[in-house]
Ligand binder design. Structure first.
Ligand code: ADP
Ligand code: MG
Length: 345
């Protein structure tokens, strides 16, 4: 019987994947490029080194039956090497789309009935200068790859455009700034035989970093259904096996635009650890090791709040009403996600 899982990355998502795997007697091996990683205490084995180190990668490939990722920021060549011998959930083709904002937007808009913000490919300052007002007085410039928690993003207007004159803008995208009503997300998980969906949650960001997720999202039933239909459609088009989070903007006219895809468990799904019979991490494990998935079965309305940067120092002041999860990060950094807590709402 196949019962071992290799995880690329050992941050908090890797940590929760290891904890879920343990419940179902799956042995985990984490490959981490950082020696103090969150999952260290919870994995069965680990390898430390660069994802691109051939020797370490070979050892990693031999360590497990199946593979998964906790970040989309992994060179596709690495995933392809693993795929020569073993299967990764989700596949490298999906990660390739989700790790590049331009590929992602082109893919999403190619699906009938799926839309995103308007966008324009940017390759140099000249492109930016001639296009930054294409969608309004302000545009959002985003690096196509490696961005997360708002990193690599800038609002561009008349006042600051010249600051970018000497920047390397080879691989960027300019997006329309959307005046949305709410942000929501849906997590979809597919096994060989079936698909399950976690109902939409409402996400509150500050400075482009997720602060709170609220289950259930306060949206009407029509929008909820539409969000689930969109998520399923995207998963079907990707031939997803594994888990995928889909961030969406709810516009003032009730239209849903897709923001981005994350081919892994997602921060906005952490509520499921406490308020679902099967969390997003359980479902990921099932999608890899079982033929059929079980419905997540939410148990209560709730909230998840991220503990970011120095707020971590106040973690002991939280009353018993809150369940705190420590990401065991070695040091506090500004805007670093240090932990989260959940509570009934
Ligand atoms: P990240 O990979 O950093 O999460 P996102 O593209 O999701 O990147 O951007 C982070 C946040 O910034 C979003 O959740 C949203 O709050 C805001 N944002 C991103 N793109 C837009 C946009 N086109 N219009 C308005 N707000 C945006
Ligand atoms: Mg995002």
């Amino acid at each position: 019987m196949k019962n071992s899982l290799g995880i690329l990355g050992g941050g908090q998502l890797g940590m929760f994947i290891c904890q879920a795997a343990k419940k179902y007697n799956i042995k985990t091996t984490v490959l981490s490029d950082n020696k103090n990683f969150s999952a260290k205490k919870f994995c069965d084995n680990f390898l430390i080194g660069s994802f691109s180190d051939k020797k370490i990668l070979d050892e990693f490939i031999n360590s497990s039956d199946f593979f998964t990722i906790e970040t989309e920021n992994i060179p596709i060549t690495v995933l392809k090497l693993i795929e020569k011998k073993k299967k990764i959930f989700p596949s490298s083709n999906i990660v390739k789309i989700a790790q590049n904002r331009l590929k992602e937007k082109i893919f999403l808009n190619s699906i009938d009935g799926v839309k995103t913000a308007k966008f324009k490919k940017i390759q140099n300052f000249c492109d930016l200068e001639s296009n930054y007002k294409l969608f309004g007085k302000i545009g959002i410039l985003k690096s196509c790859e490696m961005g997360y928690d708002g990193k690599g993003q800038h609002l561009i207007n008349d006042k600051n455009i010249n600051k970018f004159k000497n920047s390397d803008l080879k691989d960027y995208i300019l997006e329309e700034v959307l005046d949305f009503k709410k942000e929501i997300s849906v997590i979809v998980c597919c096994s060989k035989r079936n698909t399950i969906l976690y109902p939409p949650v409402e996400n509150i960001h500050k400075n482009s970093i997720l602060r709170e997720s609220i289950y259930p999202a306060k949206i009407n039933n029509t929008i909820k259904k539409q969000a689930l239909v969109l998520a399923k459609k995207i998963a079907t088009n990707l031939k997803l096996q594994g888990i995928l989070a889909i961030e969406m903007f709810l516009m003032k006219n009730d239209e849903l635009l897709i923001n981005e895809l994350a081919p892994r468990p997602h921060n906005s799904g952490h509520w499921s650890l406490d308020f679902c019979k099967y969390s997003q991490f359980d479902s990921l494990i099932f999608s890899i090791f079982k033929e059929r998935l079980t419905q997540p079965k939410p148990t209560n309305s709730c909230k998840m709040i991220n503990v970011i940067g120095k707020d971590y120092k106040n973690k002991n002041k939280l009353s018993k009403k809150y369940k705190f999860y420590d990401y065991l990060k070695k040091e506090i950094k500004e805007l670093r996600k240090m932990g989260h807590y959940t509570f009934k709402n």
